[in-house]
Design a protein around this ligand. Structure first.
Ligand code: NIG
Ligand code: FE
Length: 411
């Protein structure tokens, strides 16, 4: 039979089986095929196995890569659409100011909201496209992208529409999340409940009517939204047919993660201050914990999410970049994996599973991407490393040599 392309490598890291999230000890198995090959036809994987098996069955153009082949990385948490720069806050933090102090003083998210509101569609499209291309060149072939720097009905819709346009411009897949409850806009100062009402009664229905966003998210935190307000927002999202995600327990344990798990959230994210008694509740809700070690690192926090405890409680962990304007300015899921090993105590195998199979499932994309298996989208990376276990070990640089999206090599 003829295939469009056959990729060959001394080490094909399939991450199979990927049809279900991989919890606990199942995160350690990468399904490596030595002297392996991946056959691709019309952007879809049609064969995976040893080079002998695959070339006996499939003919077609062969490309031999010297390094390992892996599935494209799946980033389940990012905020790449924003204007302006917070480099001055970065410097303030380096000298000892905390992220929350800056937020409380009117900087932080609000400063980015102002800059983003002022930017034209074209400026935002270009800035965001550049960031998404950087993600892609670092191996992210599927990315969840959040709104949340608009904080008005018109601005949130404008930002989601720009993401929607970028979806057709870029080869990677984007999964859109509405996050109107990211922070209280200054025009609602002292009227938090009015803003929550606006989100629930106007923003969510308007977003749902456009059909742009697949998920709804909320920042449940001191200085952002309470558990009760977050519940109202997520309930409205659920009613409107959106899947649910939450930013929870990032700086304090408020109970947002367990509340969201009770509503059936697809993911509960950040979790630096998640206590062990909440672990079984996440498991019962089927919510995938998304760890964003880059945020703790970039904010200079000593607290990291309890990854090992969650794995011992048999949960499937995912890793996200949390790329955003203020708390983590890195597009690289490779960096997220290195920090997953160094700061969360993951093994290199667990870090890769968390950045592929489990993150894909947290986005409802587990049947399409996340592993190299027949029927999945041909999103494949070729590394500059012969052994994939060295990936997080080689940190802070790009070791992706080639990115294939739907079987096409990205320049
Ligand atoms: O995921 N926690 C809230 N939102 C972002 C930070 C956004 C910002 O500081 O601009 C986060 O860390
Ligand atoms: Fe975030």
């Amino acid at each position: 039979m003829n295939a469009d392309l056959i990729l060959c490598s001394p080490q094909v890291v399939t991450c199979a089986p990927g049809d279900a999230p991989r919890p606990g000890s199942q995160m350690g198995q990468l399904g490596i095929v030595a002297q392996g090959a991946v056959a691709i036809e019309k952007g879809v994987i049609v064969g995976v196995g040893s080079q002998t098996e695959i070339t006996a069955k499939w003919s077609g153009k062969r490309i031999y890569h010297k390094g390992a082949l892996t599935p494209g990385l799946v980033d389940p948490h990012s905020h790449p659409l924003f204007g302006g720069s917070r480099v001055h806050e970065f410097q303030m933090r380096a000298r000892g100011a905390t992220y929350q102090e800056i937020h409380a003083a009117g900087g932080g998210i609000w400063s980015t909201v102002q800059a983003t509101r002022q930017a034209s569609d074209e400026q935002l499209r270009e800035l965001t496209a550049e960031r998404l291309r950087r993600m892609l060149h670092h191996g992210t072939t599927t990315a969840e992208v959040k709104s949340g720097y608009g904080l008005s009905v018109a601005e949130e819709l404008r930002h989601l529409k720009i993401y929607q346009e970028l979806k057709s411009m870029l080869p990677m897949e984007l999964v859109l999340t509405f996050m109107g409850a990211h922070s209280l806009p200054q025009e609602f100062a002292g009227r938090q409940s009015d803003y929550v009402k606006l989100v629930v009664e106007e923003m969510v229905p308007a977003v749902a009517a456009q059909g742009f966003a697949e998920y709804g998210d909320v920042f449940c935190e001191v200085g952002a939204f309470t558990v009760e307000e977050s519940r109202q927002v997520l309930q409205a999202c659920k009613q409107a047919g959106l899947g649910l995600r939450i930013h929870a327990e990032e700086f304090n344990h408020l109970g947002g993660a367990r509340m969201a798990a009770g509503l059936g959230a697809a993911s509960v994210d950040h979790l630096q201050f998640l206590p062990p008694e909440d672990f079984p509740i996440l498991r019962q809700g089927g919510s995938i914990p998304v760890m964003t070690a880059g945020t703790s690192f970039f904010l200079g926090m000593s607290q990291f999410a309890p990854a090992r405890g969650l794995i011992e409680a048999n949960l499937p962990l995912a890793l996200g970049s949390d790329f955003n304007a203020g708390s983590c300015l890195s597009e690289s899921m490779q960096m997220a994996m290195s920090l997953g090993v160094l700061k969360l105590g993951l093994s290199p195998e667990e870090a890769l599973l968390a950045a592929t199979v489990n993150s894909a499932h947290s986005l409802g994309r587990g049947r399409q991407v996340g592993s190299l298996e027949v029927g999945k989208r041909a999103d494949v990376l070729a590394l500059n490393l012969s052994d994939v276990r060295e990936w997080p070990y080689h940190y802070g640089v790009n070791v992706v040599e080639a990115v294939y999206c739907k079987g096409a090599r990205i320049g």
